[in-house]
Design a protein around this ligand. Structure first.
Ligand code: AMP
Length: 545
């Protein structure tokens, strides 16, 4: 027997309608080059979204078309998110930090019909436009007065195309499983792969992200999403904010700049913010140097890469900011786990407390996880066993865009994340490595992430990476690459002594190489693949090859 409930589809447009009706005066603050100190309300934003919907229609954008964006976190990108998806088209956020060859590949593979870009990216697009095969128009996200001179084909100005349109619209009707957004993964090897989100998954993900033990954002919060809107929908914050009615502060192109972030937090009374570890390091460094503070900031969410313990302790002890670790992937919309304590865990102290807070956290309802050994046997949640981390759920991909159907998931329907993890009896997952990065020494696994975290906690170390290099007896041993903090000097012996008592003796790296900088991917992850190539013939001390 079927239940007798309304069959209301879960649509991104419904978030917009809800926000406009219930929080019309709530503010969005946006940093854009042509309008300093821009701010408007949800009512204004969604009125313009309807104008944009009409503009998309006049450009011939239809259900299923891909619309590219190369843009920062600002109000125009916000409008694009809602207008493109509500038109039944697919908002394809492109990461402008990718190499030109990757951008060409991604935009051609996605078959973007038009591209909206920040004025800053016009020269980049000009340099590759001859190789972009499907784009009919480039629309610059600015006002007529600030339009750059450009040789881009089909060039249009965002504010001009909006100004011509009425703010009433009849959005097309389509199913909740219709594709709404798209983001390519920043794989460190091989071609990038497209993840295609739909309305239903996006709405469910936003519900889950807003839960009290996840982001826990309320109508009284002031949210600063630093994680880029071109990277997994800014972790869903762009949907959660309007869903719950919180004020949104969009930092524009200076999202990684400590001074800009401090100013925005202070001026707008920001209470919660999300970002990768690097941005918090920048903010902390600026606060240290300037003596400035962030008194309204209560919580920050750190994800995308392992969080060094120093970020957590400095944030908490110097600035009274609680750090929550989150883990997820582009393929997962992205949320998988979130670190908030359960009842009874508040008694933890000292190292035990820090260790627990640094874990990736417990599963968010809607995204199931398990760890398995090499034979796909499930491993216990004892906090010790580590294995391949697998997930499944309503906002996790089933296939990559244009990939062979059925080739992405395992036979039993789980998605292998490529991460290696432990899960403790509390359900708290901790990432120990990427499957490809784990170091196999004498058949036992060594976590490169644990070693990197320990190295980075050294006060003179700016950044570090650990890779496995050939060893005749152990097959692989860890080699530590260290970038020293500016103005500091440190010896190899000092660094190796730092590991004593902090990790198992046999985990301590066999050697240390000092480097000027480490290579990063466009999303800020260290390019281990490149390092492995560079150091593949590295001769460890006291080893005959
Ligand atoms: P992306 O799809 O670019 O967001 O990258 C996802 C990958 O980033 C995951 O599979 C992890 O390897 C890594 N990652 C994300 N969050 C964390 C975290 N909290 N700790 C460690 N690694 C993380």
């Amino acid at each position: 027997m079927k239940g007798l409930m309304m069959d209301t589809p879960l649509m991104i447009g419904s978030i917009m309608d809800h926000a406009e009706r219930n929080f019309p005066d709530q503010e969005i603050v946006s940093v854009v080059a042509d309008q300093p100190d821009f701010r408007y309300t949800f009512k204004d934003a969604f009125q313009r979204t309807r104008q944009l919907g009409n503009a998309l229609k006049s450009l011939g954008i239809d259900i299923g078309d891909r619309v590219g964006t190369l843009a920062w976190n600002d109000h125009r990108h916000f409008e694009l998110y809602y207008a493109i998806s509500s038109s039944g088209a697919i908002c394809h956020t492109v990461n402008p930090r990718l190499f030109p060859e990757q951008l060409i590949y991604i935009m051609n593979h996605a078959e973007d019909k038009v591209v909206f870009c920040d004025p800053m990216f016009v020269p980049l697009l000009e340099s590759i436009q001859d190789q972009l095969t499907t784009i009919e128009h480039f629309i610059v996200l600015t006002s007529e007065d600030s339009m750059p001179e450009s040789s881009l084909k089909g060039l249009l100005c965002y504010e001009s195309i909006l100004a011509e349109q009425p703010n009433e619209i009849e959005w097309p009707e389509f199913d909740e499983t219709t594709a709404s957004g798209m983001c390519y993964t920043s794989g460190t090897t091989g071609d990038p792969k497209g993840v295609l989100y739909n309305h239903r998954a996006t709405v469910l993900h936003a519900y889950a992200a807003g839960l009290p033990d996840v982001f826990g954002i309320s109508a009284k919060d002031i949210v600063l999403p630093i994680v880029p809107m071109f990277h997994v929908n800014s972790w869903g914050s762009i949907y959660v904010g309007p869903m719950v009615g919180s004020k949104i502060v969009l930092p524009g192109p200076k999202m990684g700049d400590g001074e800009t972030l401090q100013q925005l937090i202070e001026a707008e009374n920001v209470t919660i913010s999300m970002g990768v570890p690097t941005v918090w390091l920048n903010l902390l460094q600026y606060l240290e140097e300037s003596g400035k503070t962030v008194p309204t900031l209560k919580r920050v969410v750190v994800g995308g890469a392992a969080c060094p313990a120093s970020i957590m302790t400095d944030m908490q002890e110097k600035h009274g900011v609680y750090v929550h670790i989150a883990w997820g992937m582009t393929e997962m919309s992205p949320l998988g786990t979130y670190n908030t304590f359960k009842d009874g865990m508040d008694d933890l102290e000292g190292d035990e407390l820090l260790e627990m807070k640094l874990k990736a956290g417990r599963g968010v309802y809607g995204a199931e996880m398990k760890i398995t050994d090499d034979d796909n046997n499930e491993l216990p949640w004892d906090g010790v066993a580590f294995g391949s981390l697998k997930v499944r759920g309503a906002w996790i991909l089933s296939d990559y865009f244009k990939a062979e159907p059925g080739a992405t998931l395992e036979e039993d329907g789980w998605f292998e994340t490529g991460d290696v993890a432990t899960i403790d009896p509390n359900g708290f997952m901790a990432i120990t490595d990427r499957t490809k990065d784990v170091i196999k020494s004498g058949g036992e696994w060594i976590s490169s992430i644990d070693l990197e975290n320990t190295a980075t906690d050294h006060p003179k170390v700016a950044e570090s990476a650990v890779i496995g290099v050939y060893h005749p007896q152990w097959s692989e041993r860890p080699l530590l690459l260290v970038q020293v903090r500016e103005g500091e000097t440190v010896t190899k012996e000092e660094i190796l002594a730092w590991f004593e008592g902090k990790v198992a003796k046999w985990w301590i790296p066999d050697d240390v190489v000092f480097v000027d900088s480490l290579p990063h991917t466009a999303t800020g992850k260290i390019q281990k693949f490149e390092l492995r190539q560079e150091f593949k013939d590295y001769q460890l001390p006291n080893v005959e090859k």
